[in-house]
Ligand binder design. Structure first.
Ligand SMILES: [Ca+2]
Ligand SMILES: [Ca+2]
Ligand SMILES: [Ca+2]
Length: 228
């Protein structure tokens, strides 16, 4: 499936409106709503904390505002910012692409796609990226890492991502419920960018495929009965 292909829906940052929760935005296209939330963390092993989606998303894309780094960009200078896009709840979705609308200095991007088993409005504040370390007490990461079987995400990295260009991966064809975007989690924390678009398409759930099969068998039975 190509990005923006048949049946694909594009959610653009410029079409976002505020949602009911503080620091939460939503984009509705054709009745399909994607929610956008922000988190940040001081390093790769510490649990996420609530952060704010930058309010100037309508120009070049979504960023994250917090106590350190750039207050309009998604950056990994100081704190590691992250954006969470929640796909519409009414169906199973594959991701076609995401796109950056602005970058400065560097644009290495780490993306996590998955979370199919998680509830809508999932609170990520007790999860962490790929390895939660041995935190305890206030640093406890009860939900575990994004890539654990518990949360069910796959990581995809993009080096020097160009703006206004579709970033795609075969991993995105798997059904998912959440897209997590951060600056690269490697060693050079110098990335600053904004996310201005995500594109996805509905995929039939295994259960509905089975039901469709049953329906076709049923229609066949009816046809034979009518012919008799
Ligand atoms: Ca920031
Ligand atoms: Ca780079
Ligand atoms: Ca970098």
């Amino acid at each position: 499936m190509t990005a923006g292909g048949a049946g694909a829906t594009q959610w653009l940052a410029q079409n976002a409106t505020t949602a009911s929760s503080p620091n939460e935005y939503k984009i509705t296209v054709g009745g399909e709503t994607v929610y956008v939330r922000a988190y940040s963390t001081p390093n790769t092993t510490t649990k996420f904390t609530d952060s704010a989606v930058a309010t100037d998303h309508d120009t070049t894309g979504f960023g994250v505002s917090n106590g350190s780094g750039d207050h309009t960009a998604l950056d990994n200078v100081g704190n590691l910012d992250m954006l969470v896009f929640e796909m519409p709840a009414n169906s199973s979705w594959a991701l076609d692409a995401l796109r950056l609308g602005w970058m400065e200095t560097d644009s290495d991007v780490s993306v996590f796609w998955g979370g199919s088993g998680l509830s809508s409005g999932y609170d990520f504040t007790r999860a962490c990226f790929t390895s939660c370390g041995t935190n305890s007490g206030s640093g406890a990461t009860a939900q575990g890492s994004l890539t654990s079987a518990n949360l069910g995400f796959k990581q995809v990295d993009f080096s020097n991502a160009a703006i206004n260009t579709n970033l795609t991966s075969s991993t995105f064809a798997n059904p998912g419920k959440y897209l997590v975007v951060s600056g690269a989690l490697g060693s050079d924390f110098d990335d600053k960018f904004k996310v201005n678009m995500i594109t996805g398409h509905k995929v039939p759930a295994p259960g509905s495929l089975a039901l469709l099969g049953l329906a076709l068998v049923g229609m066949g039975v009816l046809k034979r009965r009518n012919a008799a």
